[in-house]
Structures are given as structure tokens and as C-alpha cells.
Design a protein around this ligand. Structure first.
Ligand code: ZN
Length: 71
């Protein structure tokens, strides 16, 4: 298993446990959040919004995964 695939697998296991690793839609900082929360507040810049404004940091088909698979 490639290194990035392993990270994605671990991120998915975190999601099963109710946590997710996301990036702030405002400043790009990585945040961990509890998936039961309604809103996420970025620890770095204070931006607060719905989870849809905080994209997953690791996800199936992320560019780094595609790059590694094709190389
Ligand atoms: Zn932020």
C-alpha cells in the first residue's frame, strides 16, 4: 500500500470514530473537528462556518494520491 493510501485509510478510520481532518476554507490551516458539530471554527484564523466550507484534508482521489499512482 502506498504511503498516501495509508494516510487516507487512517483518515477514514478517524471518520468512523467521529473525527475528521479538514482544511480551513479561509486560511487553509489543517483542523481536526468532531463530525457531530454543526459548525467548525478554525483554530488559526477564527473563521467559523459549516463543514462544507472546510474540505477534507485526506480523501479518496486526492491529487497527491493520483500523482503517486501514475508515477
Ligand atoms: Zn483558518
Amino acid at each position: 500500500m502506498s504511503r498516501i493510501n495509508n494516510q487516507i485509510k487512517l483518515a477514514q478510520e478517524m471518520q468512523v470514530s467521529g473525527f475528521n481532518v479538514v482544511t480551513c476554507g479561509h486560511c487553509g490551516t489543517v483542523n481536526i473537528h468532531r463530525m457531530s458539530q454543526e459548525d467548525i471554527e478554525c483554530w488559526s484564523c477564527g473563521y467559523s462556518s459549516e463543514p462544507c466550507d472546510f474540505p477534507d484534508y485526506f480523501y479518496e482521489g486526492m491529487p497527491e494520491q493520483t500523482n503517486e499512482t501514475s508515477s
